[in-house]
Design a protein. Structure first.
Length: 614
């Protein structure tokens, strides 16, 4: 069996780190000289105690002190330089992966299962960046020098060396126990904090609902439970790490005193000089410093390790989008053949073997009861959800042949729930483009019938929208969403419940936009419940349980499936025709196309004694 290679996500992270190899080598070189210069202190102690005090030479003391000052200055510069370099390594790592991780989060958020989980990708990336920029990484470079310092202590006296090794082994055991015992509390703490933060953000977005329904007490209670759980797990994790950090610090101080006591005994026995006694104690502290530093920074290390694992999983599940050959602007010819769609994270298809064709200058209405597959079809046509079987083709090319950016330029999409971004009205219409075309922005707004509405806003097109457009009415948001879908003159327009929040003026503007789209040679697909939404459609498709129940010309499909067909189609009813023939009597008004009745609730034709609605 062939050996498994590294996981793609892990290899991607490692490849990003490898791009800073030259900087890591510079830090390694600086660490070599910085650790050699650490010997300055012990050697100075040896010279002062064994040479200066015995010779009582002030000139020797001054010369030694001047040399020590220069060496410590160099060591300080090297420490400062390697700290700054590692800081830039961390910043570079985050900068190189920021776009990739954010793009992966956006693409994964299409998955309903992933959308309901806390998205920690950017925080995971920041945790790795903080580790790379922190002093904790110095321990990695300084730890290999610990044997050298222990060897120097052995040179002074073997007993001092063995004492140093025993003390170091105790700290190593403490480090391992810290890693084992703090791993689970750290993971639970991060998960609980992310869950509480996600819940708080969702409540903040729906603050009006919470306020209007008197849910503040219940929401605060539930948030408090999650917050208390996060605090509890955080305290437990801090207790574990703090226990070992305190132990290591206390043990090192005790060990240095024990080293000094043993060295003093050896001095009294004439086996060690006073200078070696002080130098051995200093060297011991420097030899154990990296271990103590690693224990003190272990929570940061654990968080970075969890972030590395989470990022690996995210990047493996969402590989980079392959570059596609740029195709010419397609014609508005949509061909759906045998389309079966299974929503991400599920096993049962919600769309089954759907086939139809829409040509330029035509509009297709898709009707059906709730959960019949209309929104799934919209997501499949726009490329949000992939096809499990079958193909969706635009001018002969399958959607997979277009990059997501290019496909978005050719297909305008208006979802049921219109979300606006924290930006100006113009920026929202221009899809947050870095270089928007003002003429196209105004043109799209006019096509959507939103131009006059926008001019009445406080700053017109420059009005700032915040919190998803909460200060705008549902109809205003829907018209801005329609303008955004029309920006850039797409060839295909997909509208999911486009008149759900529109008044009569908005419905008229929607119909005008659809007419303009068809007149320009584009095609339109409308997922609808209300009759007013399909008045501009030449074709109609009835869906039931994810399958096509009927498809054809609008009037024929309505006649076959809906009892009150004339009302839905906007045609005069028999009662209205009688009223028109007898002007002396008060006319009976037929329901307008803008009626709020839903197609799924209209009484259907009775086949074989039963009623089956669309």
């Amino acid at each position: 069996m062939a050996a498994r290679g590294p996981a793609p996500g892990r290899e991607e992270l490692r490849a990003t780190l490898r791009k800073s190899r030259s900087l890591f080598r510079v830090v390694l070189l600086f660490s070599v000289f910085a650790n050699i210069l650490v010997l300055t202190g012990p050697l100075f102690m040896l010279q002062v105690y064994d040479r200066v005090l015995s010779s009582r030479s002030e000139a020797t003391l001054v010369a030694l002190f001047a040399l020590v000052a220069v060496l410590y200055a160099i060591m300080g510069v090297l420490d400062y330089a390697r700290g700054r370099i590692l800081g830039r390594v961390g910043a570079r790592f985050q900068s190189m992966l920021d776009r990739r991780v954010f793009d992966a989060l956006l693409r994964r958020s299409v998955d309903p299962n992933f959308r309901n989980r806390p998205a920690t990708g950017l925080r995971d990336l920041e945790s790795i960046q903080r580790l790379l920029s922190s002093p904790a990484l110095f321990a990695f470079y300084d730890l290999p020098w610990t044997p050298l310092f222990l060897f120097a202590i052995f040179i002074f006296h073997p007993l001092l060396g063995w004492l140093a090794i025993a003390g170091g082994l105790v700290l190593i055991v403490a480090t391992v126990l810290n890693q084992v015992l703090s791993k689970a509390p750290q993971r639970e703490s991060m998960q609980a904090s992310a869950t509480a933060e996600s819940f708080a953000e969702s409540v903040r977005r729906d603050a009006e609902v919470v306020q209007s329904l008197g849910m503040r007490g219940a929401v605060l209670g539930r948030w408090r439970q999650q917050r208390d759980m996060a605090l509890d797990t955080s305290i437990r994790a801090a207790d574990v790490s703090g226990t070992f950090s305190t132990f290591s610090k206390t043990w090192r101080f005790f060990l240095q005193s024990g080293m000094l006591a043993l060295a003093a005994y050896l001095v009294l026995q004439g086996e060690l000089s006073p200078g070696a006694m002080i130098a051995g104690s200093v060297l011991l502290g420097r030899a154990l410093a990296p271990v103590e530093q690693a224990i003190a920074q272990w929570s940061l290390v654990q968080r970075a390790r969890q972030g590395w694992v989470s990022l690996t999983q995210l990047l493996e599940a969402t590989p980079e989008e392959e570059e596609k050959t740029e195709l010419p602007r397609p014609r508005a010819m949509l061909d759906v053949a045998g389309l079966t769609v299974i929503p991400p994270g599920e096993k049962i298809p919600t769309l089954k073997a759907v086939s139809f064709r829409v040509g330029p200058g035509m509009a297709l209405g898709v009707i059906g009861q709730s959960a019949s597959g209309k929104s799934t079809l919209a997501r499949a046509i726009t490329g949000i959800w992939p096809a499990f079987q079958g193909k969706v083709r635009l001018d002969g090319a399958s959607l997979e042949q277009f990059s997501s950016e290019t496909l978005g330029q050719h297909i305008g999409y208006l979802p049921q729930d219109v979300s606006l971004f924290d930006a100006s009205v113009a920026d929202n219409i221009a899809r947050l483009s870095a270089n928007p075309d003002p003429a196209q922005i105004v043109e799209a707004a006019k096509k959507a019938g939103a131009h006059e509405m926008i001019l009445k806003l406080p700053d017109g097109y420059d009005t700032r929208i915040q919190s998803g457009g909460s200060r705008l009415s549902g109809g205003q948001r829907q018209r801005l969403g329609l303008a955004r879908a029309l920006y850039g003159a797409p060839v295909l327009l997909v509208l999911d419940e486009p008149n759900a929040n529109l008044d009569s003026e908005g419905s008229n503007a929607l119909n005008s936009a659809i007419e303009g789209m068809k007149a320009a040679g584009g095609s339109v697909i409308i997922m609808a419940h209300r009759p007013a939404a399909i008045t501009q459609c030449e074709l109609l498709m009835v869906m039931e349980n994810g399958s096509v129940k009927d498809f054809g010309k609008r009037d024929d499909v309505l006649r076959n499936n809906v009892k009150n067909y004339e009302q839905v189609a906007g045609k005069p009813t028999p009662a209205k025709r009688v009223a028109q023939a007898q002007p002396s009597q008060p006319p009976k008004v037929a329901p307008s196309p803008q009626s709020s009745a839903r197609i799924g609730q209209i009484a259907p034709v009775k086949p074989s004694g039963t009623e089956q609605g669309t």
